[in-house]
Every structure is written in structure tokens, then in C-alpha cells.
Design a binder for this molecule. Sequence first.
Ligand SMILES: NC(=O)c1ccc[n+]([C@@H]2O[C@H](COP(=O)([O-])OP(=O)(O)OC[C@H]3O[C@@H](n4cnc5c(N)ncnc54)[C@H](O)[C@@H]3O)[C@@H](O)[C@H]2O)c1
Length: 390
Amino acid sequence: MIGFDLDGDKVKRLADADSYVEDVPDERLADALATGRYRPTDDSDHMAGFDVAVIDVPTPLREGSPDLSYIEEAAATLAGHLHRDATVVLESTSYPGTTEELIVPILEKGSGLRAGRDFHVGYSPERIDPGNPTWHLENTPKVVSGIDGPSLHSVQGFYGRLVETTVAVSGTREAELTKLLENTFRHVNIALVNELAMFAADLDIDVWEAIDAASTKPFGYLRFTPGPGVGGHCLPIDPSYLSWKVRRSLGQPFRFVELANDVNEHMPDYVVRRLMLALNRMGRSINGSRVMLLGLAYKRNTGDAREAPGMVIARSLVSLGAEVLVADPHLSGESLPFRMVEVTADELAAADAVVLVTDHDAFNYDVVRTHARYILDTRNRLDGPTVERL
Ligand SMILES: NC(=O)c1ccc[n+]([C@@H]2O[C@H](COP(=O)([O-])OP(=O)(O)OC[C@H]3O[C@@H](n4cnc5c(N)ncnc54)[C@H](O)[C@@H]3O)[C@@H](O)[C@H]2O)c1
């Protein structure tokens, strides 16, 4: 198996068994390399003769519209190495129609072969949940699809050897929509509890207690919790692929997605406002205050700061004149424009306010509770007289 990536630095690290993916330990990578059957490379000639190719490249938004250039480039590279009976599977998240309308023509043009007749094509969404100790690639059911029966058969056969359960759907567009439905569902429900949290605070009602109580209902309710906003490469982006497609194809807005974007994108500002009100009660302003942020990654126990709401909060506080200190054991300070600190009694006591942005398990919450003068807890992790929850 070869792992092809354009990024030579990543390839070198992989070849040195130096994993840059938190969930994959170096030893596991070293074991795979030692078999001699896994080869990281940035040389596309090593693709020659492939039987199955899986495309897993980024699908970002560019000024609100899907940027499919990475998929196009990957498909064009693969096309030059495509042979009869090979299978190409797209895993990147994208709007329904991408596999058939974008990938297939590129593969056919570059290879001179016909999809379906000469080679197989399918779509199978990624369902990785970084940092999840229970659900991983092997035990998470994998949705699979093909552009026709033989393609589905080939794609299902391939994943059937890697995961415990495959779930076949009738076409690639259904599989593409499945992924967007999953993430839009999450996005919308998080927006619902975020908006509720803001109203509940104004009404002086404990939203966290209501969420806990609602979660005791054994049917018809699924627990989602408020927070400082959504981040990562999925939730802030994927639903917009769906709303973009609906608007382009049907000329209509996808109102749920647009409303959820609105609410979730507002959350970092709301956190800053709550902090401003708290400092105001202490007779202080954000300008000139020393604020310590606990956690910057968008997700607990991970070091992924892509699209992280903590970044927005930190930048906003800096622009308002605060001195911002960040503690995040999962992130190194080199790539961040903020001063990184350890969570010590002295640092906590020296801060006018502490904001718990990401509730990593690695934090010593007893120390935080004991030494911080004021804590704005956006995750409902702490209690006590100095703690104010979102
Ligand atoms: N990581 C996850 O947890 C996750 C979960 C679900 C869905 N996804 C989806 O999977 C896709 C990839 O996400 P990711 O997190 O792995 O992205 P990533 O940015 O971490 O990695 C993508 C890699 O693709 C490489 N690349 C770009 N263009 C290339 C090309 N033409 N040929 C070869 N390599 C190329 C980049 O150098 C990069 O290393 C996205 O569509 C994302 O939405 C990711």
C-alpha cells in the first residue's frame, strides 16, 4: 500500500515513523512500515498499477463556496495511472453529485477509459471522530456506494476487509448526502442549545440543568451541549456544502443551515460579551485586563485548532486590548500568535479572568478552581463561587 501526499514534510515524517496524527502512535506507524507493505511517498509514479485508490484530500470553503480543486487535482493525478478493473473511491466530504459529475469525467478524460465499463468508482464518507476512545475506523459502520452495481460490489469488498460493518446505499449521491446529513444534524442541534443557552442566561434559568434533565428521557431526545462555538474542518464547513448545492440547484436557501451558521458563528462574540459584563461588574474593562484561556483546540483532548472558536475569542480579546495568555497542553506555542503558559497557581492568580474554552482532561481543575479569581466556564466543567457558566 502506498500513501501519496503532495506535502513532502508529512511524507518524510511518516517514513520516519514520526506520527503527526494524535490518535496514531509512532509505534503503530513503525509496525506498519516494518511490514514493508506500507510506503509513504510524494512521487506520483509510485501509484502505477494501483487496484484501489482512496481520495482523502481537503474540501475547504473559499469565500463561502466549495473549493474542489484538491479533489480535481487528485483525480487528474490518478487518471494518469488508471487501468482496467481498478477502483477509485472518494472519501472527502462534498456536496451530492461530486463523484459522478466531477470525478468521473476527470478520470475518463485522463485515462481514455469509461467509468462503469472499464473501471469502478464509488463514494464512502469518512467517519473518524478524533480522540474518541470507543469508536474508531474498524468498529464504526462504513457507508459505501458505487456508480453502478459492480462498482458498489468492489467498494464494499474493499472496505469489508478493513471494517466490521459496511452499509451499502443505492448511489453515490445518497452516500454523499449521508455525510452532510450527519454533520448538519449536529450543527443544527448545537445551534439550538447555543441559542437556548443565551436566552436562558438572560432569563436566569440554568440551561445545563434543563439539558441534564431532558437527557434522562430514554427516547426521542439526543443530548447536545452549548459551547463557545463550533470548530474543526467539518461542522463549520460541511453544512455549507449542502446549502450551497441546494441554492445552486434549486435556487432556494437551506434555512436551517443558514440559521445554524448564524447562531454558531456568533458564539465566540457572545463569550467575549459575557466576559466583558463580568469584568464590568468587577469595575474593570477588557482593555488592560489579563485573561487566561484554558484550551484553544476546537475539541476536547485534541490538538486541532483549525477553525477553533478559541482562536476567534483570543483574537477578539487582543483587539480589545486584553493581555491574553493561553494554556493548552495539546498545542505547541510555535504556530500560535499568543503567549502560551502552564496552568500554575501563580498564572491563575495573576489573571483577572480565566475562560475555560476547551475542557481537556489534562487540566488540573482543582488548581483552577482554587486559584482563579473569576472563571467563565463555557463547558459546564466547574462549579463554585468563582465560576460563572455560559
Ligand atoms: N479528519 C477527520 O476527522 C475527517 C472526518 C470526516 C471527514 N473528513 C473529510 O476528509 C477530507 C480530508 O480531511 P483531512 O482532515 O484528512 O484533511 P488534511 O488537510 O488533514 O489532510 C489532507 C492531505 O491531503 C494532501 N493533499 C492535498 N492535495 C493533494 C493531492 N492532490 N494529492 C495528494 N495529497 C494531497 C494534503 O497535503 C494533506 O496532507 C475532508 O473532506 C474532510 O472534510 C475528515
